[in-house]
Each structure stands twice: as C-alpha cells, then as structure tokens.
Design a protein around this ligand. Sequence first.
Ligand SMILES: Cc1cc2nc3c(=O)[nH]c(=O)nc-3n(C[C@H](O)[C@H](O)[C@H](O)COP(=O)(O)OP(=O)(O)OC[C@H]3O[C@@H](n4cnc5c(N)ncnc54)[C@H](O)[C@@H]3O)c2cc1C
Length: 377
Amino acid sequence: MKKIAIIGAGISGLYFANLLEMDSDFDYKIYEKRPTLNLDESYGIQLSVNSIKLLNKIGFKDLKAHDVSFPNKVNFIDAKNNNKICDIDITRFNEESNRYTTLKRSTLIKFFLNKVPDSKINYNIELKDVEYGEKLKVNFSNNLNENFDYIIVSDGVFSNTRSIIAGKDTNPKFLKSVALRGNIKTHNNSDISIFMGPNFHFVIYPVNKNKEYNFVSIIKKNLSKKQAEDEKLFKNNDFLQSLISQINQNAFINLNDNLENIKAFPIYVSKKLEIIKRKNVFFVGDALFSFPPSFAQGASQSIETSNDLFADIKNESDKYYRERIIKIKSVNCRSKLNHLAFNLKNPFFAFVRNISLKYLTKNERFLKSYLEKIYRN
Ligand SMILES: Cc1cc2nc3c(=O)[nH]c(=O)nc-3n(C[C@H](O)[C@H](O)[C@H](O)COP(=O)(O)OP(=O)(O)OC[C@H]3O[C@@H](n4cnc5c(N)ncnc54)[C@H](O)[C@@H]3O)c2cc1C
C-alpha cells in the first residue's frame, strides 16, 4: 500500500483525501499548520460545473438542497447607478446534476471532512525538510519524521512547503488589490451580481436558500510591501471603514450598517508559472498556481488539479503537469482580463467595456471560447 502525505487541509488537500478514501491502494495522512479548521465561516464560494462534476463523484449532490444555491444568471451592474448592463445565462453550461453552485466555504469544508476520519488529520504541524531516497523521509516541525511514497503539497498561496522543496524563495506577489468580505443584509436576488465601479468591483450571491448573501469586493490599493504584510492594518477599524467609504462614494448601494462579519485581506497571486519537479512530490491548488480572484476559478481549479494528479498517480502516467500548464494559462489570462475590466476607472473605457459586455454576453462564439472551454473541459 502506497503512503501519501498531504500538506495542508484546504480545498485541494481535502478533495485529494476524499479520492484516496475511495481507493484501498493508498494510505494517507494530512498535515495542517493551523490548530483547527474554521467550520463557522459564513463567507461564500462559487463553484462552476467543471468542479461540481468532480465533487459529484464523491457525493456532493447528496448535500441538503437547503445548504446550496443554484444561480441562473450572472448580472453585470453599474455600481454607481445600479443600472443593469447585461447578463449571462449560466444554466447553459450546466449538465443534468452538474450545476453552477454557490455555498458557504464552511459547508464545502464540512462536506469534505465527513468522509475523512479525524485520526487522519494532524494539526499544528508543518513540513520542515525532505530527504530524498527510495522513500521520501519527511521531517516535521514537532521533530517527528516519517517515510512516504508521495508528498502532495496543498498548503495554499503562501506555500512555505513550495519554497522548502524548491530550495528557494517562491513567494507570491501582491496584486495591489485588497479583498473586503462580509455578509450583506439587504439583498434579495438568487443570481450572482457583479457591481463594477472605478478601481473596485463587488460581487453578491446567495450562499444557501436561507436568504443569506455573500459580499466580496476587490478594491485596487497601492499598499507598500510592508503595509500589505501588516496583519494589524487589515484588522484596523479605520482601515476597514476607509475601504467601505471608497466603495460608498461610487456606489448606489450604501454599505454602512449593511455588512456584517467584515474581513479584509491583501490579495496575492503567483509571480510566474514555475513547475518544481522532484520525484514523487507534487503541487496542487494555489500551491501550484494562484490566480487573480475575478474569474472565481481558484477553488474549482484546485479541485481539478487534485483530480488530475490522483488519476496520474493511480495510472502511473505523467500527464499531470503537461495538461495543467495549458489550463493554468487559459484560466490565468481570463482572470487577469476580468480583473482589469471589472475595475476600470476611466469613464470612457468603462463605457466601451459596457458596450462590449452587452455584445459579448450574447455572442455564442465568445461564450463558448471564454467560458464553456473552462467550465466544460
Ligand atoms: C477574495 C477571494 C475570493 C475567492 N472566491 C472564489 C470563488 O468564488 N470561487 C473559486 O473557485 N475560488 C475563489 N477564490 C480562490 C480560492 O479560495 C482558492 O483558490 C482556494 O481556496 C485554494 O485552495 P487550496 O486548497 O489550494 O488552498 P487553501 O484553501 O488556502 O488551503 C491551504 C491550507 O493549507 C494550510 N497551510 C498553510 N501553510 C501550511 C504549511 N506550511 N503546512 C501545513 N499546512 C499549511 C492552510 O492553513 C490551509 O488550511 C477566491 C479567492 C479570493 C482571494
């Protein structure tokens, strides 16, 4: 029986563990840096059909219908006057029980944990070093060491394990943008709505059928390296208020007293696509590559990477990185383009964007090449 170490209990690591649970050829352990996983978070996540199809393989469609939402459209709205510009019918990408889904992140994590025994997860622990031989000897932060056949690195965008394996600093870069998250009280629409303003956009969608809505805004912010790394700044009330006012000044919706559970954090993305090759050590999810969030594909791609890697290990083939590079490039250029287009400051460029969006969102060829190619492959 092959032994696998999974480093990081996030979306990609836990999906990988679920696949291993269904296969008796493997034994595994998960190593998570945090003391516990947050199962109360009310923030949301959008999952497109490409990942829903893979989640359904491990029983996702049996989740209580009440705990998920199936939006029909993505609405594009001018944040300043609340006027709808156009929409995309996202049901056109659905296939039977594989439907575009929004839910709470914590609902997804709980679903993953359902099939992973507690004894498989070690908390408060990090990988410190690997000795390469017949087996991979992993030294952990608690002075323990253990032998494995494979290491799956799934410790997210700030992957310290990636730097250790690469033997150099592989830190991500600050996107000069900040995310503001929360739950919005006064909203009543079961679709996904993208409100575009100067130097910001925000997205609202339901996270279940209980009238709970996720609010997430991406705000351009030219912080210094020191400021971006300052955790206290992101918890500071004045700083949070300044982000809210930046939106309020240019939005029809007033966010004052309308948001709860507010949290802000800097957005980091991968500097470049660099495949680190070490025998039997593989990277998945954000540890492999982290995209700008404006295409809402990070989690879906994390699930895809884990699925493809598992198939590669199982079939002893070596297609994983070759095929991933192509997909990463496609998703990354769309994510960067969305990030640019959704936050346009110049009114003329915003006007041209709106006209283009009206046309493109009804153009078959565009929808097929820009969205279907990612959602259906
Ligand atoms: C504002 C914003 C909105 C987003 N919205 C969406 C969306 O709607 N849809 C979507 O598809 N994607 C979205 N994403 C992207 C998505 O959240 C990520 O791509 C996804 O969570 C990555 O999963 P992961 O498993 O690679 O990493 P994570 O989910 O970050 O998990 C990494 C895990 O590793 C642990 N860890 C960290 N370091 C170590 C270490 N050294 N040792 C052991 N464990 C460690 C962490 O504690 C964590 O549990 C969004 C991102 C942002 C910033």
